[in-house]
Design a protein around this ligand. Structure first.
Ligand SMILES: [Mg+2]
Length: 216
């Protein structure tokens, strides 16, 4: 049971489906986030230097000073408001999903304030991504568990953040967890993943692992 009431309402509005379930994070999985965010930062007079696996500490103002945590938070919020002008599909996403979506239910689960739902849904529609979108302001694990419901069919979850994958592991231990991150330079800085998570190099590999996990 998701502890975010808006998330729960969104999930309850999705048509029931008993096929294997594939839940996808949006930023860095369905859409490029870091590349477009870095280009937008440049347009705002900031720069991003990937020195550690974080946004905080890696964003610099025009004087060369690291942006404070509050500034970073407000930049992310402002970027979400203009996301439709900057974000593009992650490489390999469309081809991978063409085959997966015939035999599995696909749901997109994005950790983002609910007020950005409409903008994000419009962006995904404009990019011909037809799958239902769920936003959550709480942990992803309970939301994936609610999406899976009581169905007998298996579930796989793809995300670029280990804490989201581990949240799903905790709420739904049967889920297959796949890590995928479109932005290579940042992924190279990522701490090692726990053994329970499959590391996918790219969408073709993630799709192969998802098909194996879902038996499709
Ligand atoms: Mg993400």
């Amino acid at each position: 049971m998701s502890d975010d009431p808006d998330t729960r309402r969104q999930i309850e509005s999705i048509a029931e489906d008993n096929r294997p379930l594939l839940v996808l994070d949006v930023d860095e999985v369905v859409l490029e986030f870091l590349g477009p965010f870095m280009r937008w930062l440049e347009s705002e007079g900031f720069s991003f230097r990937a020195q550690s696996f974080a946004l905080n500490g890696n964003i610099f103002d025009s004087e060369g000073s690291a942006a404070a945590k509050e500034t970073v938070e407000s930049l992310i919020t402002r970027f979400f408001e203009v996301q439709h002008e900057w974000q593009i599909l992650a490489p390999g996403f469309s081809d991978a999903l063409d085959s997966l979506s015939q035999k599995a239910q696909i749901v997109l689960l994005t950790a983002m304030p609910h007020r950005h739902f409409a903008a994000r849904e419009a962006l995904l529609t404009s990019l011909s991504v037809p799958y239902p979108l769920v936003t959550t302001e709480k942990a992803k694990g309970p939301a994936v568990s609610l999406l899976h419901g009581g169905r007998d069919a298996p579930v796989a979850f793809i995300d670029d953040m280990a804490y989201n994958l581990l949240s799903v592991a905790k709420a739904l231990p049967s889920a297959t967890l796949i890590h995928l991150m479109a932005h290579r330079p940042m992924r190279d800085l990522m701490p090692p993943l726990p053994d329970s998570i499959i590391a996918a190099e790219d969408w073709p590999m993630a799709a192969r692992k998802a098909r194996e996990a879902l038996g499709i």
